[in-house]
Design a protein around this ligand. Sequence first.
Ligand SMILES: [Zn+2]
Length: 257
Amino acid sequence: MANEPLQQQLALLYQLQTRDQELLSVQQKLQDIPRQIEQLEAEVQRYEKEIAAKSAELAETEKEQRSKNAELEMNTVQREKYKDEQRTVTSNEAYTALERQIEFLDQQDEEAEDVILTLMEESDRLKEELAGLEVEINKEKEKTAAETEQLQQELRTLEVEKDEKLKQRKAFLPEIDKGLRDEYHRWMKARLAIQSRTARAKAGFIALAEDGTCGSCRIAIQPQTLKEAQKFLKPVYCSSCKRLLYVEPAASDVAFP
Ligand SMILES: [Zn+2]
């Protein structure tokens, strides 16, 4: 004859475990969401960095353009000076020397104008790329704002859900035998300390055993052990994974789990 109190206790403990697993999964999501928000923001920051780098490149190009233009202006002044001198010199040699200086300035101007042209093309290219990036960053910002809002909404819902579950848990707990409860808590605490976050939610102290198989490790339970567990006289543990077994009662009219 089955011992109903223990059987009932196992059923309650199994319920508690199911609730706790749900709670763990809620907590997991609560931890994941801020990270998801950070990732969204990081994408915007990536665009901001790219824009800052290109803007700096453009500023540098424009600075070079200005310096080349200043060179042209200085050459113009210098050229005027040489031309003035040409009007006052008396020897042919001196005149030719000045002519050569002027030719040299003309050549310098030509080179500077080539450079300016290249720099202008470079500026245009950078401006076009910056305009493209502005469009993209604005799209990204809109997307981030919408998704962040959604995630924050989810966060608030989960917080409420978590509080509700914790309240239910607190009310549910006294129904379970203290010894069994303490054992469960010790086991869970040890598990949570060593397992990765994803594995935590799956960590179980009590395992359902259906069709003579441990629901946790999937190993067939020895007939002797199964028979013992079905008496519900004392806690029986899986010989393989050491979980507390909550076996399907031998009588089919008893609720399970
Ligand atoms: Zn097992």
